[in-house]
Write a protein that binds this ligand. Structure first.
Ligand code: ADP
Ligand code: MG
Length: 465
């Protein structure tokens, strides 16, 4: 048994809660019960005394004989189930003196009865309620003064044992203790069982998480239950699925990247072999060298793109943040494409908002995104396609857009153009351009979206202004 384990803690907790409950009942509720039972007893005795005293009073006034008085007292005692004592009161030189006149309880020595309550009644002239002691234990007592011709001559004392109250309370306390002991056993057993099942479920989750951590994505998480552990299991299951997807994306990425790197290298190797042939004429040799240079350039670009993308994904690419005039930037970048436009037989139209468009961003990286977009608008469209580059404020953001009136992108392809290595035509590209552009946009807290409408394919970069 480990003290720090969930199971032990939960078991002890349920035991402790039950114990506190039982102690609270014992030490808080039982005393209250006892005092309310005592009050009830005294009240009932008071009512009895008020109901039966008039009979005694009448006999006192009528000067009944001692025997008549003894008979009345014992018959009242029989009917009320209380010990009835008639006490005579006389005014002596040392104050009031009380003497027992008649007592219903003949088995008991009369001087055993405490007369404190009777004394109080005689002194105040009012009914007095209290407790006294006797050999039978504590007594509830009610003393009613009796007047004869206006002078207080007697006090009728009704006494009933409190023993039954104490007995009842003791019985209840005993029962609480027995029920409490049973409750504690149940709490221990219940706490143990519940916490054992919780601990078991936690252990299953832990084992699953370990399995996922070691790269095995086939762990089974019990997701059936709808409590917090069920939720945790579902969260872990989701995590496992996402990790599996990431892992397979990573594998795919590495496989494609190696393939993309290998193709130009093999091609270069092949041409180098051909170049070793000494009988090659000059023109062919020059053509082969040009092809090799092209492949080397492609390889170089691919290596740069891969490095950019991996830096972006690892979050290690440092971005500058500076106030940038995006209108000017768009103009400069567009101007770079003059030779390419010429070769493609295309025109580039610049649509810039009249006022300055400024944003805090990394100008180098925004230019890189623009280059990728304009380059695509030229490489993936037929010759003569018109390109429009615009910069404007839009919904509190800055929006740079590159659109062309080429044949557009199919909806299926549009969903995937931002994936690394995705290419949908045979233009010689590695498919990393848009992936890099989107990562850059997101790193600058902006977004890059495509609207693949036919005849007007638009890529728009939005940046916070
Ligand atoms: N303006 C465009 N018109 C048509 N297709 C486009 C356009 N821009 C991008 N695409 C498609 O998206 C794919 C991915 O583009 P990109 O990531 O830049 O890779 P690459 O240009 O190296 O092929 C392209 O292969 C092309 O099929
Ligand atoms: Mg491209």
């Amino acid at each position: 048994m480990r003290w720090g384990s969930l199971r032990t803690q939960l078991t002890i907790l349920s035991f402790a809660v039950t114990l506190v409950g039982i102690l609270a009942v014992l030490f808080y509720v039982t005393p209250q019960l006892q005092s309310s039972l005592r009050d009830q007893k005294l009240r009932a005795l008071g009512e009895t005394a008020r109901a039966f005293t008039p009979q005694i009073e009448r006999l006192v006034r009528d000067n009944g004989s001692d025997e008549q008085m003894d008979n009345l007292v014992s018959s009242v005692s029989d009917r009320t189930n209380a010990r009835v004592t008639l006490v005579g009161v006389s005014d002596g030189p040392e104050g009031l003196r009380l003497a027992v006149f008649s007592d219903s309880d003949t088995d008991n020595a009369i001087n055993d009865l405490e007369l404190t309550v009777a004394d109080a009644a005689a002194r105040t002239g009012r009914t007095s309620v209290g407790t006294g002691a006797s050999r039978l234990g504590e007594l509830a007592q009610v003393a009613v003064p009796i007047r004869d011709d206006g002078t207080l001559s007697r006090v009728a004392v009704f006494s009933a044992p409190m023993a039954d109250v104490q007995g009842n309370v003791a019985l209840i306390r005993r029962q609480i203790l027995i029920a409490g002991a049973l409750g504690l056993l149940l709490a221990l057993a219940g706490g143990f069982l519940v916490s054992r099942s919780i601990a078991r479920r936690v252990r299953v989750l832990e084992r699953g998480a370990d399995q996922v951590a070691s790269g095995d994505f086939t762990a089974v998480f019990p997701t059936g239950k709808h409590d917090e552990l069920g939720q945790l299991a579902r969260a872990l299951d989701d995590m496992q699925r996402q990790l599996a997807q990431l892992e397979s994306a990573r594998r795919r990425f590495i496989a494609t990247a190696s393939h993309e790197l290998r193709t130009p290298i093999f091609s270069i190797g092949g041409f180098l072999e051909l170049l070793e042939d000494e009988e090659l004429d000059d023109a062919t040799r020059r053509q082969f060298v040009a092809t090799v240079r092209e492949q080397v350039e492609r390889l170089g670009k691919l290596a740069t793109d891969l490095l950019d993308l991996s830096r972006l994904e690892a979050g290690s690419l440092e971005l500058r943040r500076e106030e940038t005039d995006l209108g000017a930037l768009t103009r400069v970048v567009s101007a770079e494409f003059a030779p390419a436009l010429d070769k493609h037989g295309s025109t580039l139209e610049l649509r810039l908002a009249a006022d300055r468009i400024e944003a805090v961003c990394d100008p180098e990286r925004v230019a890189q995104v623009l280059r990728i977009l304009i380059d695509n608008a030229l490489t993936h469209t037929p010759t003569g396609t018109g390109v429009v580059v615009s910069a404007a404020r839009h919904n509190g953001c800055v929006r740079l857009a590159v659109s062309d009136d080429g044949p557009g992108i199919s909806d299926a392809a549009a969903e995937r153009v931002f994936e690394p290595f995705f290419t949908s035509d045979d233009a010689q590209g590695s498919g990393l351009g848009l992936a890099i552009a989107r990562e850059l946009a997101e790193r600058m807290e902006g977004s890059l979206e495509v609207d693949p409408a036919q005849g007007r394919t638009t890529f728009s970069l939005e940046l916070p202004a």
